[in-house]
Design a protein. Structure first.
Lengths: 379, 250
């Protein structure tokens, strides 16, 4: 009987296309908005993920996310080094500064100060220049998008100069890093230089980056650091989750995206459910005839559900496919956040399933209530 | 024609009553009606609009439950059957021909004919082959792959009759099968139905108010105000119409 259901469905081309468009629209909007949301969340952790040498981040116990800087005492570094299981620990500075450009304009920048001796925390993916050049006086490395923000035209050039905190900074390299939540240029320099690029404060140590000894469990080492030093210690992965959690719970980002996704779901469900219901009403004569001819209610129900599932599956595939194409285009656009992990597919699928169930329930109910004797009464 | 007793009847209606609505809106469609319908005959139900013809047809076909009284079809008391049992009963025993044909517009003629077999669980290829054979026997083989909207009214009704006959049902109920057709086509359709009724195992029940087809009735039951006011049996010889080729029982 399903082939009859299929023929009934595709035979009414207008409604068939209308229903698919409804589901596709919902899937596209939900998938696309969810992907942008995940992309933004992913961007918030970019600077944590860029520090690849260290697997433990030690911070003030009140720090909630990467940009929430509450400085430590310099002596905390040595206390961390003294914890059992710590292979090494280095200083890491993170803060904001203001760059004064050669044309007199100002540009807010994000400043990262990496360990002077080891350069732990420095970027790995250099487009031009070398990380080792950070050892030169006043040397900084800037990310490519930040460079383009300041100097939109021309090729990347080393030796360009600007000032931070009335101190000269010389570009010795341009790097490529993961896109960040903020649109400011990302500057890397040595810790000693970084502390000079910002106004003097008593405490300037933002984080201590540490590595667990081989064979030691990072989580366990974090626990020991917290116990012995009274600081907060998180693995890189946990710090990423903590940062995303904070953005999720303390900003309006999820609400804004949630509203758009909800609207997509409501509009998609309304279009699809109504069109499917109208489609069913138009086919009542056919369903009534089939019932009169001895088709069981369960079979009729299977036919309606099959039609809804087919529309849902095609609509989902189109919608999520269009989302992916959007993402592909978005990725080629510098700062647009877009990430499609499996929860986007699953969540969008769940939304489409909800639409299908809603559409099916309304239509199945109408068809099951249909009295086959109506076939003699002309509907 | 051999004299028949009520025990020979394929359909027996006794004291049949049906009402629609409740309270002041209640309408009595049938009021204690008795009627027998025999195999090997074409029975006409005639009467003015609103006299209860279609209600009676629906009850006999097993798609409407009578409010009161007994109706026995093929020795099965329909009032004792549950909804699903009635569905099963219809699938196995009752063929339908509708005034507006009720063909599925998205299916071809042969696919429409095959529907009852598919409903009964037959494989599609087998059902289509049987549908094609039946259409050919009704001189509709050349239109087997046409969709209903491409067929004339008479062709559509032939397809509908083929659908009703495709798995050798014992009772064929027809609701105004000729009212949407011109006289010549209507006559041809009645000839076709009459060819079915010649089969001694089958009964054909036709609701009509089309006086042009009254001559085809072996028995004609006149209804008025929900009751059978008289039944007339044919007195003269039957029209010389060749019986329809019998289809194999599935």
């Amino acid at each position: 009987m399903l082939w009859i259901a299929l023929k009934m469905l595709v035979g009414n081309r207008g409604k068939y296309v209308g229903m698919i468009v409804g589901v596709s629209f919902a899937a596209l909007l939900i998938g696309q908005q969810a992907s942008v949301f995940f992309g933004i969340m992913w961007h918030t952790t970019s600077q944590i993920r860029e520090v690849r040498d260290a697997d433990i981040w030690v911070m003030n116990p009140n720090v909630e996310y990467i940009d929430d800087i509450k400085p430590l005492r310099d002596t905390d570094l040595y206390r961390v080094r003294g914890v059992e299981g710590v292979a090494w620990a280095v200083k890491y500075f993170k803060g904001g500064s203001r760059a004064r450009l050669d044309d007199g304009q100002y540009q807010q920048v994000v400043l990262n100060g990496v360990d002077d001796a080891t350069l732990v925390g420095a970027p790995r993916d250099m487009i031009i220049g070398s990380v080792d050049d950070l050892r030169k006086p006043d040397a900084i490395i800037i990310d490519d998008l930040g460079y383009r923000l300041i100097w939109p035209d021309g090729p990347f050039e080393l030796g360009k100069v600007f000032e931070m905190n009335d101190r000269r900074a010389v570009i010795v390299g341009v790097c490529r890093i993961g896109k960040t939540f903020q649109a400011f240029p990302i500057i890397y320099t040595r810790y000693s230089e970084a502390t000079a690029f910002v106004p003097v404060e008593r405490k300037v140590l933002s984080f201590v980056l540490a590595k667990a000894q081989p064979g030691e469990d990072s989580q366990e080492v974090c626990r020991r650091i917290e116990q012995q030093c009274g600081l907060r210690a998180l693995t890189r992965k946990d710090f990423c989750w903590q940062t995303m959690y904070t953005y999720f719970t303390k900003t309006a980002i999820p609400i804004n995206f949630g509203i758009t996704m909800l609207l997509g779901l409501i509009v998609g469900a309304a279009i699809t459910a109504q069109t499917f219901y109208m489609f069913t009403l138009e086919n009542l004569r056919q369903f009534g005839t089939l019932k009169a001819l001895g088709t069981r209610n369960s079979t009729i129900m299977r036919m309606v559900v099959f039609q809804a599932v087919l529309v849902g599956a095609i609509g989902y595939a189109l919608g999520i496919g269009l989302s992916a194409i959007f993402g592909d285009v978005a990725r080629s656009t510098a700062r647009l956040a877009f990430l499609m992990p499996w929860p986007v597919f699953a969540g969008t699928g769940a939304a489409v399933l909800f639409i299908i169930i809603l559409s099916s329930v309304l239509s199945v109910r109408r068809v099951l209530q249909l009295d086959p004797s109506a076939v003699f009464q002309g509907f | 024609m051999v004299a028949q007793t009520p025990n020979d009847a394929l359909v027996r209606c006794r004291n049949l009553a049906h009402e629609y609505g409740e309270g002041e809106a209640r309408v009595f469609a049938l009021r204690g009606l008795d009627l027998d319908i025999y195999a090997g005959q074409l029975t006409l139900l005639v009467g003015p609009s609103g006299c209860g013809k279609t209600t009676l047809l629906s009850i006999i076909a097993g798609i409407l439950r009578a409010s009161h009284g007994d109706v026995t079809v093929l020795d099965t008391a329909l009032q004792t059957l549950s909804g699903s049992e009635k569905t099963e009963f219809r699938r196995k025993n009752v063929g339908f021909v509708f005034q507006q044909y009720n063909l599925l517009p998205e299916l071809t003629a042969v696919e429409n004919v095959a529907v009852p077999l598919i409903v009964a669980g037959e494989r599609r290829s087998v059902a289509l082959a049987r549908g094609r054979e039946l259409l050919a026997s009704l001189n509709m083989g050349h239109r087997a792959n046409a969709r209903p909207q491409k067929l004339s009214g008479g062709e559509q009704q032939r397809v509908a009759i083929a659908r009703a006959l495709v798995h050798h049902l014992r009772l064929l109920v027809c609701d105004e099968p000729t009212s949407a057709l011109d006289e010549r086509t209507g006559h041809a359709i009645m000839e076709l139905l009459y060819g079915v009724a010649v089969d001694p195992e089958r009964a054909v029940l036709v609701v009509t108010h089309d006086s042009r087809v009254f001559a085809f009735g072996d028995r004609t039951a006149y209804l008025n105000d929900g009751q059978v006011v008289r039944v007339e049996a044919r007195t003269g010889p039957r029209p010389a119409i060749a019986p329809l080729a019998k289809q194999p029982t599935p």
